[in-house]
Design a binder for this molecule. Structure first.
Ligand SMILES: [Zn+2]
Length: 629
């Protein structure tokens, strides 16, 4: 049985309870999500140049009417809202295209042309959105681009809306918060492979769309899969209160570094009385720690920036909008929305820290944590993307780390060894599966998943355990209010039934690689050194980047490739002299040792050194197993 199954009575009962407890009669969000509608993209499909579909809004047409048993009704509602697609007026001169990617693209009309805020993930969806805008607002030239923050869903479609030549000539300004470029590319340097594999689970990229499959990701429906690009900013914003006028449009900025993204900013259009909150106030409880994995964010700073936004800009604001979801209109409503978002992140932070100081651990706090009733019933504060459960554990992790203080968990066996012992003590795999069937029937899917995971790790060939664990994850997915949890559970069920799907749709983007600094390149190589294989190697390479006038000294010793710059009298085994734009080709192995001269790389010393270094580098694995050993 590899097909998706119906919802069990336990899940149906859980959904019914939620329908009674949440204010489904409140339809304000639907009104707001449709407000100012001008036109939709028809059909709602965007193709790449080779004909491949990179975005398909129409695949979500099934999101009509009441929620089916297999979808949490609160998530169903959120997905219906996120699937609303088209060009909308926010206020005269400010327009958004929503529902053509995970994020929104916003157009602000100036004296000569139009300023683009956050050009989506792919050039194809960004170009389609600009086309839709121009079809209804005229052929205005793009006169500026603003990146609100350093996440790819806010910049990667940029070459779909501007040409490099217009940036180089100064005709188009590219504006971003300080630190934008290094943060935009940094995630790819270190844990990028693991994050991309896990992101496949989080967004359900390998799943079909439908009532028993992917229904949305809470923040938006899903990610587009087109061409990823980056044009670095030409103007960096550094200070709160900084003002800028582009194409006659006045803007006042507020820096918000280390909030939802490491480089992020808010800004007000004072003449339009419109405030852009980047991604710090959207219609979800956002992630303090995304489940694809990342560094833990700071909810305390996040709340503080929202408090400051109200103080700095509140009096001049009649509408707030962000780069996900729909705007909130009217001064009173906008301020209440911002105050509730501020309190949401502050309450999460303060109460988690209060409880951890009483000795509670992450899972214990998560289990009892309750939002104040006003936030519990505010649709924009629901956990469609972040969740109270995983955010609370993230805050615990931020302050106290992975260890809960109980030495019983200080030195546990890893999953396979633990699984073998649990299963042996519980009477063998068949006995555990039989007991798990009872727990499944009782609707205790959390426990069923835990014990069956032990069986799958202890006996990877146990077909019945695989099948029942897949069914269990599926019920957990059907029950999830959180879009990313649902995707993760259903992706796990899919892999148990059909085998691993690896990392769907990785787009190696030359634009991103081009922005890596030499330090980031050497870091990227250092984390690929296979330690044990390199234990007995010792070598030194000097890399002279001739255009920058920088010499980088690399030393491999004890399985570590360390890196310094500046004066160093230690003799190198090999000196490589090259312009910095050849570094990528050299370090990714595109230039073989006998092709260095032809590639414009001058060498001095023992050329064999380079081969010895390359020989200890490991490849990353984009197909690693997650739910099986
Ligand atoms: Zn985003």
């Amino acid at each position: 049985m590899t097909e998706p199954k119906p919802a069990t009575p336990a899940i149906v009962a859980q959904h019914r309870e939620l329908l009674d407890s949440l204010p489904f009669a409140d339809r304000q969000d639907f009104e707001d999500a449709h407000r100012g509608f001008i036109a939709a993209l028809e059909p709602g499909v965007v193709h790449a140049a080779d004909g491949r579909v990179v975005w398909d809004s129409d695949s979500y047409d099934f999101l009509a009417g009441d929620a089916p048993d297999t979808v949490n009704p609160s998530l169903w509602r959120q997905s219906q809202l996120n699937a609303i697609q088209g060009l909308f007026e926010v206020v005269p001169r400010v327009y958004q295209v929503r529902g053509l990617d995970l994020s929104n693209i916003t157009f602000v009309e100036g004296e000569r042309g139009v300023i683009v805020i956050d050009p989506l993930i792919s050039t194809e969806t960004a170009a389609a959105a600009l086309g839709l805008y121009r079809a209804h607002r005229g052929e205005r030239p793009v006169t500026g681009v603003i990146y609100t923050h350093s996440h790819a869903d806010h910049f990667a479609g940029v070459r779909g809306v501007v040409d490099q030549a217009d940036v180089d000539s100064g005709a188009v300004a590219i504006i971003a918060p300080a630190g934008f470029t290094s943060h935009a590319v940094a995630e790819n340097v270190y844990a990028g492979t693991a994050m991309a594999r896990r992101a496949g689970y989080m967004y359900g990229a390998a799943l079909e769309r439908g009532p028993r499959a992917q229904v949305g990701a809470g923040l938006g429906q899903t990610t587009s899969t087109g061409t990823v690009t980056l044009i670095p900013p030409t103007i960096e914003i550094r200070d709160t209160g900084e003002e800028l006028t582009v194409d006659g449009v006045r803007m006042v900025f507020q820096m918000a570094p280390g909030s939802e993204a490491p480089a992020e900013m808010h800004f007000l259009f004072p003449d339009l009385r419109a405030l852009c909150l980047a991604e710090n106030a959207t219609h979800v409880l956002h992630n303090i720690l995304t489940i694809r994995g990342a560094l833990v964010r700071d909810p305390h700073a996040w709340a503080r920036y929202l408090a400051d936004a109200i103080r700095l800009f509140g009096d001049q604001t009649d509408v707030v909008f962000a780069s996900h979801h729909w705007p909130t209109w009217g001064h009173e409503r906008a301020m209440r929305f911002l105050a509730e978002q501020r309190d949401l992140y502050a309450y999460l932070h303060d109460q988690t820290v209060r409880m951890l100081n009483q000795g509670m651990t992450g899972p214990e706090i998560a289990e009892v944590f309750q939002m104040p009733p006003a936030l519990e019933n505010a649709w924009h504060a629901r956990g469609y993307y972040g969740s109270v459960s995983h955010n609370v554990k993230a805050i615990y992790q931020r302050y106290l780390g992975w260890y809960d203080g109980n030495p019983a968990t200080l030195w546990q066996h890893p999953p396979t060894a633990a699984g073998e012992r649990y299963v042996a003590w519980m009477g063998g795999a068949d006995a555990v599966v039989a007991k798990a069937r009872d727990s499944f029937a009782e609707g205790d899917f959390r426990w069923t998943a835990e014990v069956l995971s032990h069986v799958v790790f202890a006996e990877p060939g146990h077909a019945e355990a695989h099948e029942l664990l897949a069914d269990t994850f599926e019920q957990l997915g059907y029950g999830s209010e959180n879009g990313t949890w649902r995707c993760a559970y259903l992706s796990a069920a899919h892999e148990l039934r059909h085998g691993g799907f690896g990392t769907p749709a990785t787009s190696a983007a030359p634009d991103l690689f081009a922005q890596l600094t030499p330090e980031q390149w050497f870091d990227a190589i250092a984390i690929r050194v296979d330690g044990p294989r390199a234990w007995n190697e010792f070598l030194r390479v000097d890399v002279d980047l001739t255009d920058l006038g920088e010499v980088h000294h690399l030393t491999l010793s004890n399985g570590v490739l360390s890196h310094t710059t500046g004066v160093d009298s230690a003799p190198a085994d090999l000196v490589l002299r090259l312009p910095s734009n050849r570094l990528a080709a050299l370090l990714t192995g595109q230039v073989p040792p006998d092709g260095l001269a032809a590639a414009g790389i001058v060498t001095e010393g023992d050329l064999g050194t380079l081969g010895r270094l390359m020989a200890v580098l490991d490849e990353t694995d984009p197909d690693f197993a997650i739910v099986t050993p």
